[in-house]
Design a protein around this ligand. Structure first.
Ligand SMILES: N[C@@H](CCC(=O)N[C@@H](CS)C(=O)NCC(=O)O)C(=O)O
Length: 178
């Protein structure tokens, strides 16, 4: 990305929007991270943690995957951009955008707080892709002032501590460092 290769061939044939990530598996070409994670989870359903479910339970997983994509991600990624990434790139944080998106995220996390008071994970008693999709933005929020929005909600806080402590996530962070 640093040299703009994601906007040119051969990458643009994998993702015509010129964005990361993309996946090539045999003759299958995929883009959109959530479609990629669902494919990988389906392909590997016989090994490791079951990240998807069957029947009605899968419908609940889909609901919370949509909530992450449509509600949580827009507010959380905007905060991470303003507070975490902009200073790294020598840009100035927009305080009004931070205030607006903290207010949005607070309302969204109120819904999460109610949900997580009823079940340990978003889609029920076990960890699924719906929880997993939150990890990248959640991880960054913890190193911003917006972590107060998580820490002030006991069930959200316990859920966030649980999912960020998973050994598989520790492996991802170790890969990022390398
Ligand atoms: N909805 C897409 C978003 C992809 C996305 O925003 N990718 C960023 C990096 S995380 C990117 O490629 N940015 C460079 C650009 O848009 O030119 C997904 O979930 O895969």
């Amino acid at each position: 990305m640093g040299v703009g290769e994601h906007k040119k061939e051969p990458f643009i044939s994998l993702n015509p929007f010129g964005q990361v990530p993309a996946l090539e598996h045999g003759d299958l070409k995929l883009f959109e991270s959530r479609a990629i994670t669902q494919y990988i989870a389906h392909e590997n359903h016989e090994k490791g943690t079951q990240l998807l479910c069957q029947g009605k339970q899968m419908a609940i997983v889909s609901v919370w995957m949509e909530v992450e994509a449509q509600q949580f991600e827009p507010a959380a990624s905007k905060l991470n951009w303003e507070i975490f990434f902009k200073p790294l790139f020598g840009l100035t944080t927009d305080a009004a955008a931070v205030e607006e998106n903290e207010a949005k995220l607070a309302k969204i996390l109120d819904v999460y707080e109610s949900r997580l008071a009823q079940s340990k994970y978003l889609a029920g008693d076990s960890f699924t892709l719906a929880d997993m999709h939150h990890l990248p933005n959640l991880h960054l929020l913890f190193v911003t002032q917006s972590k107060k929005l998580i820490e002030s909600r006991p069930h959200v806080s316990a859920w966030a501590a649980d999912i960020t402590a998973r050994p598989a996530w520790a492996k991802v962070l170790a890969m990022q460092k390398n």
